[in-house]
Design a protein around this ligand. Structure first.
Ligand code: UPG
Length: 285
């Protein structure tokens, strides 16, 4: 389905949110773990390039550039690094996601700056057309396998339909029904652009209709939006094996959901990526 000679075939695009990192020692430590493990297992063909995108403010960018020099020093593959200005991206996003923000943002208002939490939802309109696939990753990950293998999952997307990404078994109630977690997302930007259904779902009138229908109010941005449209249109989603986003957060176990916690937490089989969400420690190898 992909044209041969498409130069993008040899570029593997990964994007991370990278804001206020200069102000958080904890985020810096997570970033170190993520990048060092990515480099450790990263293995690409001679002509291939891993393209790392960071959405960043100026201070985080400056710090990130310095840290990456160290982390990527021994990378056994070619790479490129791009920093995208969070303010510029927010400006482009806001008109597209403003309606969504009313239903899926913390607090009541639609704060302008929160638009960035919906980047994945509208990334196909924001990134250049030549970019047809991208993986969005949290910083609190630890890779245990070659990140190139994650991109092979794009080829498993069912034919005919379809967009997006990823998921695991989801967060426990009340944040998720079996829903999506946005820590590891595969976005087929080409398919998102081509899908009349998906783009229709982004229209304000449809967002409002679905949110009312499901009486859905969330505060997790893209994750809530995807979970909601996934209930109505599961065919738009392809579920990754849970080992690709092995979430370690156990907060809900001790906060009223002890009885059902294991249903959501369990993940059998190989772990390819640990996700130390809610500041959970990640086991040593
Ligand atoms: N991030 C920044 N700067 C910040 C905070 C976050 O760049 O100051 C980025 C970073 O890439 C980070 C990501 O945002 O990895 C997500 O934030 P994080 O604090 O790592 O959230 P998690 O603890 O991984 O995830 C929990 C839930 C998840 C939910 C998310 C919503 O597990 O399901 O989507 O919180 O914030």
């Amino acid at each position: 389905k992909r044209e041969s000679g498409d130069t993008d075939d040899q570029r593997y695009h990964a994007l991370m949110m990278f804001t206020k990192v200069d102000k958080s020692r904890s985020l810096q430590d997570k970033f170190r773990v993520a990048m060092l493990s990515m480099v450790k297992y990263g293995d690409f063909l001679e002509e291939e390039i891993l393209v790392l995108h960071f959405v960043s403010d100026q201070a985080s960018k400056e710090l990130g550039e310095r840290m990456l020099q160290e982390f990527l020093l021994d990378a056994p593959f070619k790479y490129e690094v791009f920093f995208h200005d969070v303010v510029a991206l927010t400006q482009k996003l806001f008109p597209i996601v403003e309606a969504m923000q009313k239903h899926f943002s913390a607090g009541s208002g639609a704060y302008y700056s929160d638009a960035i939490f919906f980047l994945s939802v509208a990334m196909h309109h924001i990134m250049p057309e030549s970019l047809t696939r991208i993986v969005q990753l949290d910083l609190d990950l630890k890779y245990r396998t070659n990140i190139r293998d994650l991109f092979q999952e794009f080829d498993q997307f069912p034919p005919g339909a379809v967009i997006v990404w990823h998921n695991t078994s989801g967060d426990p109630p009340p944040d998720g029904l079996p829903g999506f977690n946005s820590g590891v997302m595969l976005l087929d930007l080409g398919a998102m652009r081509d899908s009349a259904l998906y783009n229709q779902l982004l229209e304000p009138s449809n967002v409002a209709k679905l949110a009312d229908q499901y009486r859905f109010r969330g505060h997790l941005g893209d994750q809530d939006f995807f979970t909601m449209i996934g209930m109505e249109h599961p065919e738009l989603f392809y579920s990754l094996a849970c080992g690709w986003n092995r979430q370690l957060c156990s907060w809900w176990q001790d906060h009223g959901y002890g009885d059902v916690f294991q249903m959501y937490y369990r993940c059998e089989g190989l772990v390819y990526i640990y996700h130390g969400n809610c500041n959970s420690p990640i086991p040593d190898d």
